[in-house]
Design a protein around this ligand. Structure first.
Ligand SMILES: O=C(O)CCC(=O)C(=O)O
Ligand SMILES: [Fe+2]
Length: 540
């Protein structure tokens, strides 16, 4: 599975490069051997050129893949293109075993076994990410017709205080259109982006859009069909309607964007299936979650810098001494954000360690990932035990700041190992409690220490990245959202003094609209806090 981690999607560039080099070699040898159909070799060589161009596009600018549109298009292209290359021989009528046939066959076998190669499920996962983003943030692709080029891009909604029909262009997309003179402050500002975009376009009407910035009719149909398959009829209809606007346009660009007749036949069938849709009914937690997520996008531009005045500064006791700042973001129950608790190189080390071990995240209660269509949690996770001095030091730092027993080892387990998380395209975590009271024993029989560790008394979460847009941690019951700041951490108690779950601490991670979000959790368990957990008045 790739779609649930933006960093893994980026890594595909390197992997595809290796395949391209291999294919080139195979084609050259085949040509020299002369045992294959020359026409076929020519066709594949043409294809190879296209693959090479598409791959090179992202080679230097791989941050473009942090845009959900580019990410979706990239996964879909890799899946479809390589399916086409490796299956071309199988499909042909006169299957003749030769060097080319054998090699394409083995490339097919190898890639279908690669865990880090996109499957149809990945393309669907990315499509559902787009649907989720359009639902949550009301950023929705609308066709915008500009001079000779047609493109569909996000519609900026009333939710972020801008009239409809304005457009949001995800920043990486903007960069390629000759509008990249923005400074970093401007880059973090979604609203400004819209105005930048508008001015920029009017100054550069000749700018042509790159293929991965555009949704073709085929792309839109794919998203609509996937939404329908996920029982999201209303959303399916919204995406489908865009194809119709293509259809109505008479200019050549729009006509070329409507792929072929099958798209139109598909469109008719899909329309029938999406009739009589009903809007989903959301409960109050979900509604609170969504409106906090929407609001956090507007707040983003207002609050990016670490607040200087409202912070108390401390030193940790452990080497290397860290001068951190405490910001109380909520009073009762108390939620604190600690700034400057990790250095950039510590962050890089954590991410490098985690990247090798990441697996699709499990849901907390049923611990099953089979039904990924619900996508309550779209991310990948790696557990890092305190096996190195570096990780022990980070665990100690958490203990120094929280005054809790935060160590982690096989014999004595006051807290869990670090759980490093990387979110995917439109990656999110629906509202949940970190407390595991309900599910404690279930499925954990093979982890003996967990049986005695007690509940998750407190949550410590390092932010290992900033997020360009979206991705806030929100607390619907407290009407609070916390913006990820690289190197900061957020901390709260999940349990009340009597050990019961504090329902006010329900929280979730908003979908990432643009960027690559990384966090690292450390859950501090109850049992080993006997002489550490401060009594009521002393709690941090
Ligand atoms: O990523 C976030 O902002 C929240 C993550 C979270 O709640 C969790 O992993 O339990
Ligand atoms: Fe959580």
């Amino acid at each position: 599975e790739v779609f649930s981690s933006v960093s893994k999607i980026k890594q595909l560039i390197e992997q595809e490069r290796q395949l391209i080099n291999h294919l080139e070699l195979v084609l050259n040898i085949s040509q020299a051997k002369g045992d294959s159909d020359q026409e076929k070799i020519e066709r594949l060589k043409k294809k190879l050129q296209n693959l090479d161009a598409a791959n090179t596009l992202f080679q230097e600018e791989w941050n473009y893949l942090e845009s959900p549109i580019a990410g979706f298009k990239h996964l879909k292209r890799i899946y479809e293109d390589w399916q086409d290359v490796t299956e071309s021989e199988n499909k042909s009528e006169n299957k003749k075993r030769n060097f080319l046939y054998d090699n394409l066959q083995s490339m097919y076998d190898v890639t279908s076994k690669w865990r880090l190669w996109p499957s149809e499920k990945d393309v669907e996962g990315a499509a559902l990410g787009l649907v989720r983003l359009s639902q949550v943030y009301n950023v929705f692709p609308v066709p915008v017709w500009l001079s000779d080029s047609a493109f569909c891009i996000s519609n900026c909604s009333r939710h972020i205080g801008v009239q409809s029909n304005h457009v949001i262009v995800p920043l990486p997309v903007l960069g390629s259109s000759g509008c990249h003179q923005m400074n970093s402050k401007e880059k973090s500002n979604v609203l400004q982006t819209i105005y930048m975009f508008k001015t920029c376009r009017s100054k550069n009407p000749h700018v042509r859009w790159k293929e991965y910035e555009l949704f073709s009719a085929h792309d839109l149909m794919f998203v609509a069909r996937t939404a329908l398959g996920n029982q999201q009829k209303y959303e399916a209809r919204r995406w489908m309607q865009l194809v119709k606007t293509f259809k109505c346009r008479s200019d050549t660009v729009s006509r070329s964007l409507v792929a072929d007749d099958t798209t139109l036949v598909d469109l008719g069938e899909l329309e029938k299936k999406t009739l009589n849709h009903a809007d989903p009914v959301l409960d109050s937690v979900q509604t609170g979650f969504l409106s906090l997520c929407q609001r956090s996008i507007i707040q983003f531009q207002e609050r990016k810098e670490i607040p200087a005045t409202s912070c108390l500064c401390f030193w940790t006791y452990c080497w290397p001494y860290v001068r951190y700042a405490t910001e109380t973001v909520h009073q009762s129950p108390e939620i604190n954000v600690y700034h400057n608790v990790l250095s950039n190189s510590e962050i890089q080390d954590l991410i490098d360690m985690a990247l090798e071990r990441m697996e699709p995240s499990l849901l907390p209660v049923n611990s099953k990932t089979e039904n990924r269509t619900n996508l309550l949690r779209v991310s990948q996770t790696a557990w890092l035990y305190d096996t190195t001095e570096f990780l022990k030091r980070l665990s100690r730092r958490v203990g120094d700041i929280t005054k809790l027993n935060s160590g982690q080892s096989d014999v004595d387990t006051p807290s869990e190992p670090f759980q490093v998380v990387n979110y995917g395209l439109g990656g999110m975590y629906a509202p949940h409690q970190d407390s595991v009271k309900v599910s404690r024993a279930r499925g954990k029989e093979n982890v003996p220490w967990l049986q005695h560790a007690g509940d998750r008394l407190a949550t410590w979460m390092f932010y290992l990245s900033d997020v360009t847009s979206g991705g806030a941690t929100v607390f619907p019951a407290l009407n609070l959202s916390v913006t990820p700041i690289k190197g900061s951490a957020v901390f709260w108690y999940n349990l009340q003094q009597d050990g019961s779950t504090d329902s006010r601490l329900i929280h979730g991670a908003c979908p990432v609209l643009l960027g690559n979000k990384w966090v690292a959790n450390k859950w501090i368990r109850e049992t080993a806090q006997t002489f550490h957990n401060p009594c009521h008045e002393l709690r941090l």
